[in-house]
Design a protein around this ligand. Structure first.
Ligand code: SAH
Length: 220
Protein backbone atom coordinates (compact mmCIF):
# COMPACT_ATOMS: atom_id res chain seq x y z
CA UNK A 1 0.00 0.00 0.00
CA UNK A 2 1.35 3.42 -0.85
CA UNK A 3 -0.76 5.09 1.85
CA UNK A 4 0.06 8.43 0.26
CA UNK A 5 -0.31 8.18 -3.49
CA UNK A 6 -3.89 7.28 -4.35
CA UNK A 7 -3.68 8.39 -7.96
CA UNK A 8 -5.36 6.47 -10.74
CA UNK A 9 -4.01 7.18 -14.22
CA UNK A 10 -5.44 6.34 -17.65
CA UNK A 11 -2.76 3.66 -17.87
CA UNK A 12 -3.99 2.04 -14.65
CA UNK A 13 -7.59 2.26 -15.85
CA UNK A 14 -6.60 0.61 -19.14
CA UNK A 15 -4.76 -2.22 -17.37
CA UNK A 16 -7.78 -2.71 -15.12
CA UNK A 17 -10.15 -2.95 -18.07
CA UNK A 18 -7.92 -5.66 -19.53
CA UNK A 19 -7.74 -7.53 -16.22
CA UNK A 20 -11.54 -7.39 -15.90
CA UNK A 21 -11.85 -8.80 -19.42
CA UNK A 22 -9.46 -11.65 -18.50
CA UNK A 23 -11.55 -12.47 -15.44
CA UNK A 24 -14.73 -12.41 -17.58
CA UNK A 25 -13.14 -14.78 -20.09
CA UNK A 26 -12.23 -17.15 -17.26
CA UNK A 27 -15.96 -17.50 -16.55
CA UNK A 28 -17.10 -14.73 -14.19
CA UNK A 29 -20.53 -13.58 -15.38
CA UNK A 30 -21.86 -11.40 -12.53
CA UNK A 31 -21.82 -7.91 -14.09
CA UNK A 32 -21.80 -6.24 -10.68
CA UNK A 33 -18.63 -8.10 -9.73
CA UNK A 34 -16.98 -7.16 -13.04
CA UNK A 35 -18.05 -3.51 -12.67
CA UNK A 36 -16.58 -3.35 -9.17
CA UNK A 37 -13.35 -4.93 -10.36
CA UNK A 38 -13.05 -2.35 -13.11
CA UNK A 39 -13.73 0.45 -10.60
CA UNK A 40 -11.44 -0.43 -7.67
CA UNK A 41 -7.77 0.53 -8.26
CA UNK A 42 -6.01 -2.68 -7.21
CA UNK A 43 -2.61 -0.93 -7.33
CA UNK A 44 -3.64 1.13 -4.28
CA UNK A 45 -3.37 -2.10 -2.26
CA UNK A 46 0.26 -2.71 -3.27
CA UNK A 47 3.47 -1.23 -1.90
CA UNK A 48 4.68 1.44 -4.30
CA UNK A 49 7.66 -0.61 -5.52
CA UNK A 50 5.39 -3.33 -6.88
CA UNK A 51 2.69 -1.39 -8.74
CA UNK A 52 3.43 -3.12 -12.05
CA UNK A 53 2.21 -6.42 -10.56
CA UNK A 54 -1.21 -5.05 -9.59
CA UNK A 55 -2.97 -5.84 -12.87
CA UNK A 56 -1.75 -9.37 -13.42
CA UNK A 57 -4.23 -12.11 -12.57
CA UNK A 58 -2.02 -13.35 -9.73
CA UNK A 59 -1.83 -13.38 -5.96
CA UNK A 60 0.93 -11.18 -4.51
CA UNK A 61 2.71 -10.86 -1.12
CA UNK A 62 1.39 -8.05 1.14
CA UNK A 63 3.76 -8.58 4.10
CA UNK A 64 3.40 -10.58 7.31
CA UNK A 65 3.60 -13.77 5.21
CA UNK A 66 0.17 -13.04 3.63
CA UNK A 67 -1.05 -12.41 0.09
CA UNK A 68 -3.65 -10.35 -1.73
CA UNK A 69 -5.79 -13.01 -3.46
CA UNK A 70 -5.66 -13.52 -7.22
CA UNK A 71 -8.22 -11.24 -8.95
CA UNK A 72 -10.02 -14.26 -10.45
CA UNK A 73 -10.39 -15.75 -6.96
CA UNK A 74 -11.72 -12.45 -5.57
CA UNK A 75 -14.25 -12.33 -8.42
CA UNK A 76 -15.19 -16.00 -7.98
CA UNK A 77 -15.85 -15.63 -4.25
CA UNK A 78 -17.70 -12.34 -4.79
CA UNK A 79 -19.91 -14.00 -7.41
CA UNK A 80 -20.73 -16.90 -5.07
CA UNK A 81 -21.83 -14.37 -2.43
CA UNK A 82 -24.62 -13.10 -4.76
CA UNK A 83 -24.13 -9.60 -3.35
CA UNK A 84 -27.15 -7.33 -3.25
CA UNK A 85 -27.06 -3.61 -2.45
CA UNK A 86 -27.34 -3.13 1.31
CA UNK A 87 -26.22 -6.67 2.18
CA UNK A 88 -24.45 -6.82 5.52
CA UNK A 89 -21.29 -8.84 4.86
CA UNK A 90 -18.60 -10.17 7.20
CA UNK A 91 -15.16 -10.85 5.74
CA UNK A 92 -12.65 -12.99 7.65
CA UNK A 93 -9.09 -12.02 6.60
CA UNK A 94 -8.93 -8.30 5.72
CA UNK A 95 -5.35 -8.57 4.42
CA UNK A 96 -4.79 -5.66 2.04
CA UNK A 97 -8.47 -4.65 2.14
CA UNK A 98 -8.95 -5.25 -1.60
CA UNK A 99 -11.69 -7.91 -1.35
CA UNK A 100 -13.51 -5.78 1.24
CA UNK A 101 -13.33 -2.77 -1.11
CA UNK A 102 -14.80 -4.79 -3.99
CA UNK A 103 -17.77 -5.73 -1.77
CA UNK A 104 -18.15 -2.12 -0.59
CA UNK A 105 -18.06 -0.95 -4.22
CA UNK A 106 -20.91 -3.40 -4.90
CA UNK A 107 -23.05 -1.59 -2.33
CA UNK A 108 -22.59 -3.87 0.68
CA UNK A 109 -22.06 -2.84 4.29
CA UNK A 110 -18.76 -4.54 5.00
CA UNK A 111 -17.33 -5.70 8.33
CA UNK A 112 -13.86 -7.20 8.06
CA UNK A 113 -11.73 -8.91 10.68
CA UNK A 114 -7.95 -9.51 10.61
CA UNK A 115 -5.73 -11.28 13.15
CA UNK A 116 -2.36 -9.76 12.14
CA UNK A 117 -1.97 -6.41 13.87
CA UNK A 118 0.28 -4.88 11.16
CA UNK A 119 -2.16 -5.71 8.33
CA UNK A 120 -5.16 -4.59 10.39
CA UNK A 121 -3.53 -1.21 11.12
CA UNK A 122 -2.47 -0.68 7.51
CA UNK A 123 -5.95 -1.45 6.12
CA UNK A 124 -7.73 0.56 8.82
CA UNK A 125 -5.72 3.65 7.84
CA UNK A 126 -5.79 3.19 4.08
CA UNK A 127 -9.42 2.19 3.40
CA UNK A 128 -11.14 5.44 4.51
CA UNK A 129 -8.53 7.51 2.60
CA UNK A 130 -9.43 5.55 -0.52
CA UNK A 131 -13.15 6.09 0.12
CA UNK A 132 -13.96 2.49 1.05
CA UNK A 133 -15.87 2.82 4.30
CA UNK A 134 -15.31 -0.71 5.55
CA UNK A 135 -15.60 -1.40 9.28
CA UNK A 136 -12.33 -3.07 10.28
CA UNK A 137 -11.71 -5.21 13.37
CA UNK A 138 -8.62 -6.77 14.97
CA UNK A 139 -9.35 -10.27 16.19
CA UNK A 140 -9.86 -13.95 15.51
CA UNK A 141 -12.14 -14.64 12.58
CA UNK A 142 -12.92 -18.19 13.78
CA UNK A 143 -15.26 -16.49 16.28
CA UNK A 144 -16.88 -14.23 13.69
CA UNK A 145 -18.23 -10.94 14.99
CA UNK A 146 -21.06 -11.83 17.39
CA UNK A 147 -21.68 -8.20 18.41
CA UNK A 148 -22.68 -7.32 14.83
CA UNK A 149 -24.37 -10.59 13.80
CA UNK A 150 -26.40 -11.77 12.01
CA UNK A 151 -24.99 -11.23 8.50
CA UNK A 152 -26.55 -11.69 5.05
CA UNK A 153 -23.27 -13.08 3.76
CA UNK A 154 -19.93 -14.20 5.20
CA UNK A 155 -16.72 -14.64 3.19
CA UNK A 156 -13.54 -16.29 4.46
CA UNK A 157 -10.41 -15.42 2.46
CA UNK A 158 -7.97 -17.92 4.01
CA UNK A 159 -7.91 -21.72 3.82
CA UNK A 160 -9.88 -23.17 6.74
CA UNK A 161 -9.26 -26.65 8.23
CA UNK A 162 -13.03 -26.88 8.92
CA UNK A 163 -16.12 -24.66 8.79
CA UNK A 164 -16.22 -22.71 12.06
CA UNK A 165 -19.54 -23.18 13.86
CA UNK A 166 -19.83 -19.49 14.95
CA UNK A 167 -19.79 -18.38 11.30
CA UNK A 168 -22.71 -20.68 10.49
CA UNK A 169 -24.59 -19.39 13.54
CA UNK A 170 -23.98 -15.76 12.55
CA UNK A 171 -25.68 -16.16 9.14
CA UNK A 172 -29.23 -14.88 8.65
CA UNK A 173 -31.78 -17.38 7.34
CA UNK A 174 -31.29 -17.26 3.56
CA UNK A 175 -27.69 -16.19 4.13
CA UNK A 176 -24.60 -17.54 2.34
CA UNK A 177 -21.15 -18.40 3.70
CA UNK A 178 -18.31 -18.73 1.17
CA UNK A 179 -15.26 -20.51 2.55
CA UNK A 180 -12.26 -22.35 1.08
CA UNK A 181 -11.94 -25.61 3.07
CA UNK A 182 -8.66 -27.54 3.32
CA UNK A 183 -8.18 -30.74 1.39
CA UNK A 184 -4.61 -32.07 1.12
CA UNK A 185 -2.48 -29.15 -0.09
CA UNK A 186 -5.29 -27.10 -1.66
CA UNK A 187 -8.76 -25.90 -0.70
CA UNK A 188 -12.23 -26.66 -2.00
CA UNK A 189 -14.32 -23.54 -2.43
CA UNK A 190 -17.44 -24.27 -0.43
CA UNK A 191 -20.76 -22.46 0.01
CA UNK A 192 -23.05 -23.01 2.96
CA UNK A 193 -26.59 -21.66 2.63
CA UNK A 194 -28.73 -21.29 5.73
CA UNK A 195 -32.34 -22.26 5.03
CA UNK A 196 -35.40 -20.59 6.60
CA UNK A 197 -35.74 -23.57 8.98
CA UNK A 198 -32.13 -23.16 10.15
CA UNK A 199 -30.77 -26.18 8.26
CA UNK A 200 -27.81 -25.85 5.88
CA UNK A 201 -27.11 -26.74 2.25
CA UNK A 202 -23.42 -27.20 1.42
CA UNK A 203 -22.03 -27.09 -2.13
CA UNK A 204 -18.50 -27.39 -3.57
CA UNK A 205 -17.09 -25.20 -6.34
CA UNK A 206 -13.64 -26.42 -7.32
CA UNK A 207 -10.04 -26.17 -6.17
CA UNK A 208 -8.21 -23.05 -5.03
CA UNK A 209 -5.06 -22.17 -3.12
CA UNK A 210 -5.11 -19.84 -0.10
CA UNK A 211 -2.82 -18.94 2.79
CA UNK A 212 -4.01 -20.73 5.94
CA UNK A 213 -6.67 -19.48 8.33
CA UNK A 214 -4.67 -19.33 11.54
CA UNK A 215 -5.96 -20.35 14.93
CA UNK A 216 -5.51 -19.32 18.54
CA UNK A 217 -5.28 -15.70 19.47
CA UNK A 218 -4.78 -12.66 17.30
CA UNK A 219 -1.15 -11.72 16.66
CA UNK A 220 0.62 -8.41 17.26
N1 SAH B 1 -8.95 -10.62 1.66
C1 SAH B 1 -7.52 -10.32 1.60
C2 SAH B 1 -6.72 -11.60 1.38
C3 SAH B 1 -5.96 -11.86 2.60
S1 SAH B 1 -5.06 -13.37 2.76
C4 SAH B 1 -7.22 -9.28 0.54
O1 SAH B 1 -8.13 -8.91 -0.22
O2 SAH B 1 -6.09 -8.80 0.48
C5 SAH B 1 -5.82 -14.00 4.23
C6 SAH B 1 -5.79 -13.09 5.44
O3 SAH B 1 -6.43 -13.80 6.51
C7 SAH B 1 -4.41 -12.72 5.94
O4 SAH B 1 -4.30 -11.34 6.04
C8 SAH B 1 -4.34 -13.39 7.32
O5 SAH B 1 -3.58 -12.66 8.27
C9 SAH B 1 -5.80 -13.43 7.71
N2 SAH B 1 -6.15 -14.44 8.73
C10 SAH B 1 -5.63 -15.68 8.91
N3 SAH B 1 -6.22 -16.30 9.95
C11 SAH B 1 -7.15 -15.42 10.44
C12 SAH B 1 -8.09 -15.49 11.51
N4 SAH B 1 -8.19 -16.56 12.31
N5 SAH B 1 -8.89 -14.42 11.73
C13 SAH B 1 -8.80 -13.31 10.93
N6 SAH B 1 -7.93 -13.19 9.90
C14 SAH B 1 -7.11 -14.24 9.66
Amino acid sequence: MTGTNLSDTFRHKGLRKKLTETVRQKGIADENVLKAMEAVPRHWFFDSGFLEFAYEDKAFPIGAGQTISQPYTVAFQSQLLQVKKGDKILEVGTGSGYQASILYQMGAKVFSIERQRALYTKAKEMLPKAGYLVKTFFGDGYKGLPAFAPFDKIIVTAGAPFIPEPLMEQLKPGGILVIPVDKDDYQIMTTVEKQADGSFITRQHGHFRFVPLLGDKAHD
